[in-house]
Design a protein around this ligand. Structure first.
Ligand code: ZN
Ligand code: MN
Length: 490
């Protein structure tokens, strides 16, 4: 596969989940899990006469993202109507923004720097729009393509979205995934989007191969699926081009169950949308002061955090990168280091072992934190540092703790992981073994090699958990004690 033939651009729709209300009305923004069509009002249902009022916090959130993505910010906020007919859009137009005469998006011309396995790549951001989310279509008897009928739930209608559009600077499916991961991390660090909420980040991917037209794959929900859908399209389109077929401009749908893309419709042209400034929403001035104020309060961003991790914890850039990719994972790491120090060791365990099990068990980091709080992981790390357990045991205890939420010390004792190195406890067992094996004790008094049999008996009694060197020491002490005793008293 020749990757320099491939041109990919992405359009990311991210909900501003930090808002309490929708973009143009006072309906609550937490629509998830509510009975259908109960989280609505005349405005977000598009009823005649209802007027939109813009949520100022959505503008502030958009400016934060624009600053983080190094965009230039417009001094005027203009909303535009984007017309199309679709059942999830009750007004028959979406209030959005448009880059055209008399109109502009809130921000444009930014960039993001990616680190792809050590290679640096710059992806330009074409623009950022504020717009409203449509309602949600539900397919009760199958999928979009197979269901006999469709239901509509307007609870989501009017939720504030940011549309982040890249230039076609992406050349491989992997780069697309790394880019989305980075955007997710930036949004999470800004506190704007909770990427773990179902449907909070949705991606449309545009891809074309040399000799073919641009194909858009709509509404992909996970970074991994974006990578898969693009890889699928590269194979599909290069096969077509290879056999002389024409790759036409179209919109496709990613079927995440069958892992294929399927045709949806021929792509609309921009003219079809009949964009025009929304007369219900007069332009709003965005002042330099507002932008400066937001810029001065911007939280630490992923790139700065990676740099700080390397500088102040002395961990590798690789570890820092993986940790910061997920804010919650980086937070967990810092919490652990605050308790038990050893950043390199903690970082390695969090990235290589804990994260692996979190993925394997299909958990979110937030859930994993409840099952294995930072102080619990630190207990394990402390035992490892004291040589009370080895790394192999630590690796075995992790998934058990994540599955059960049990205290790690209980797991270690119940599962018989811990070496018995408590001398009093071991001495009791040594004395039992001496009583039960008097002939062997006599042998060992004359022949030092026979001591191994006694050590073996202690191991048998403790199911192999006795610390071997302490056991040896105690048996030798005990034998010396017997030797020092007059024969008659033995
Ligand atoms: Zn509403
Ligand atoms: Mn959009």
């Amino acid at each position: 596969m020749v990757s320099n033939n491939v041109v990919i651009g992405l359009e990311i729709h991210t909900q501003i989940t930090s808002l309490k209300t929708k973009l143009f009305c006072s309906c609550p923004s937490d629509y998830r899990g509510k009975p259908p069509n109960t989280n609505v009002c005349p405005t977000c249902l598009g009823l005649p006469g209802a007027l939109p009022v813009v949520n100022v916090n959505a503008i502030k959130a958009a400016i934060m993202v624009a600053l983080a993505l190094r965009c230039s910010i417009s001094d005027l906020l203009v909303f535009t109507r984007k017309h199309y007919f679709y059942p999830d859009l009750p007004k028959n137009y979406q209030i959005s923004q448009y880059d055209g005469i008399g109109s502009m998006p809130i921000a444009k011309n930014g960039y993001v720097i990616l680190n792809i396995d050590g290679n640096i790549k710059k992806i330009r951001i074409r623009r950022i729009n504020i717009e409203e989310d449509p309602g949600r279509l539900i397919y009760p008897t199958g999928s979009l393509l197979t269901s006999k009928y469709t239901l509509i739930d307007y609870n989501r209608s009017g939720i504030a979205l940011l549309e982040i559009v890249t230039e076609p600077d992406i050349s491989t499916p992997k780069e697309a995934k790394v880019f989305i991961d980075k955007i997710r991390s930036i949004l999470e660090h800004l506190g704007i989007t909770d990427p773990n909420l179902e449907g909070s980040i949705r991606v449309d991917a545009n891809i074309s191969l040399a000799g073919g037209s641009r194909v858009e794959v709509k509404n992909i929900s996970s970074p991994k699926d974006v990578e898969r859908a693009l890889a699928y399209e590269i194979i599909r389109q290069s096969k077509m081009l290879g056999s002389g077929e024409v790759v036409r401009r179209e919109t496709r749908h990613w079927d995440s169950v069958r892992k294929v893309t399927v045709p949806l419709r021929a792509k609309e042209l921009e003219e079809d949308y009949r964009y025009f400034p929304d007369p219900d929403l007069p332009p709003i001035k965005i002042t330099k002061e507002l932008i400066m104020d937001i810029a001065s309060k911007l939280p630490e961003l992923p790139d700065q955090r990676i740099e700080r991790f390397v500088r102040s914890y002395g961990i590798s850039e690789y570890l820092a990168n993986v940790l910061v990719l997920e804010k919650s994972l980086a937070d967990y790491f810092e919490e652990c280091v605050g308790i038990c120090g050893n950043p390199e060791l903690v970082g390695n365990i969090v990235v290589n072992d804990l994260k692996r099990w979190i993925d394997e068990l299909n958990l979110e980091v937030i859930e994993a934190k409840k099952l294995l709080p930072a102080n619990q992981l630190c207990k394990l790390i402390q035992l490892l540092i004291n040589n009370s357990i080895n790394i192999k045991i630590l690796k075995e205890v992790l998934p058990k703790a994540l599955r059960s939420g049990k205290d790690v010390i209980s797991i270690i004792y119940e599962e018989g992981y811990m070496d018995i190195s408590d001398e009093k406890m071991l001495m009791k067992i040594v004395e039992e073994v001496f009583k039960e094996n008097q002939q062997a004790v006599k042998d060992a008094l004359d022949n030092p090699k026979a001591i191994n049999y006694l050590v073996g008996q202690v191991m048998k009694k403790t199911k192999g958990r006795a610390n071997p060197s302490i056991t040896n020491k105690l048996i030798t002490m005990k034998l010396a004690e017997i030797r020092g005793t007059p024969k008659n008293d033995r």
